[in-house]
Design a binder for this molecule. Structure first.
Ligand code: SF4
Length: 362
């Protein structure tokens, strides 16, 4: 490392913006200095967002698991003729939405497989049905892949799709489908997905229209540290321009039931060191993001708790229903009781606070 690590970390605490090379050096650290990086990220978190650990009361509704794509890391999607295909119609979706409302969630989140018969209208119908059954609940839905798919199926521009989705009730968009924003990696893990350029363009379009989005990375498969840094640099650059990202969510790869792992292309997920550094380096590098979330669904609650003292300030959602990570082989992903979130937050000396999707405290 060109600069001594201690000096570099002190500089970051005082507002110095890490270069990509420096972030890469941090990802390479393998010894006890990991704790120094995590401790600095924790201090920066305190300076930037204070001590609250936040969470959102939310529920997922996955409309269908039928998907025209075949992403190598996906254990959720099905092809025609497979066992276990589902497709929820209006009455089932509205039943789920009404149940979510009864559970007093403030957010319903919906992302699904790319159903071969879906077009822009299908997505808008789903959003309207949800709003009818759960009025007042924030709809966090879609992602750049779904927007691009709907645009293609309806012969519309992605901007037109975002416009009709917003009219149908879309309030914020998921920053998923990002995976790793490096096309050579995308070719290996999700060749049919939107390219890096398309993902960035659609996110920028959403932000320009006043639709906030989250930002994600999926790591721990076949990407390099350089790829991770490149991904973070793209997000930082967008955020400098738009300020439209509400949070950054590192998603640790769940490998068990995925074609990518079975084919020997991906490794068996990230290690504990990598999980910790992903949170910490993100906090230090993404100096224009307020919120870094640790995903208890992907990392388990114990690792998520360590993330809270390595730069993260948010525990994500209660969920109530989760299929994507479960499909890939994760366990205990359906629901996390806020009482358990409170236990882990208070165990590291911090208060748990409920928030909305857009990080207003409730
Ligand atoms: S990750 Fe999404 S787009 Fe890819 S196969 Fe799974 S459901 Fe389909």
């Amino acid at each position: 490392m060109e600069k001594n690590l201690r000096i570099l970390l002190d500089d970051v605490k005082n507002g110095y913006r890490l270069s990509e090379e420096e972030a890469l050096d941090l990802f390479h650290v393998r010894d006890r200095r990991v704790w120094d990086i995590a401790a600095t990220a924790d201090e920066v978190r305190e300076q930037r967002v204070g001590n609250d650990v936040t969470y959102v009361r939310n529920q997922n509704i996955n409309v269908t698991n039928l998907c025209v794509n075949s992403c190598g890391f996906c254990g959720f999607s099905k092809k025609p003729g497979d066992d276990g295909i589902y497709f929820h119609d209006k009455s089932e979706i509205q039943k789920k939405a009404a149940l979510a409302k009864m559970r007093e969630v403030s957010e319903i989140c919906t992302v699904s497989g790319l159903h071969p018969d879906f077009n822009a209208r299908s997505y808008c119908d789903v959003y309207r049905w949800i709003h009818e059954a759960a009025p007042g609940v924030h709809l966090h839905a879609s992602n750049p892949m779904e927007v691009a798919f709907a645009a293609k199926k309806s012969n519309m521009s992605t901007q037109e799709v975002l416009t009709v989705m917003r009219e149908a009730g879309l309030e914020s968009m998921c920053g998923t489908a990002a995976e790793i924003l490096v096309d050579v990696v995308r070719k290996k893990i999700c060749a049919q997905k939107v390219s890096t350029e398309e993902w960035v363009r659609i996110i920028r379009e959403a932000h320009a229209m006043g639709i906030p989005t989250t930002a994600t990375i999926m790591y721990g498969h076949c990407e390099s540290d350089e790829d991770r840094v490149h991904h973070l640099a793209i997000l930082r650059e967008i955020q400098d321009e738009t300020h439209g990202f509400t949070e950054f969510v590192p998603l640790s790869f769940i490998h068990m039931n995925t074609p990518l792992y079975r084919a020997g292309i991906a490794r068996a997920g990230a290690t504990g060191r990598e999980d910790l550094l992903m949170v910490a380096v993100s906090r230090l590098f993404l100096d224009n993001f307020k919120n870094i979330q640790v995903s208890w669904v992907k990392e388990g609650i114990k690792m998520a708790q360590l993330g809270l003292i390595a730069g993260a300030n948010d525990l994500g959602g209660t969920m109530f229903e989760e299929s994507i990570s479960k499909g890939a082989g994760a366990v205990n992903t359906d629901y996390l009781d806020p009482a358990e979130m409170q236990r882990v937050a208070e165990d590291v000396g911090r208060p748990l606070r409920r928030r909305t999707t857009l990080y207003e405290l409730i």
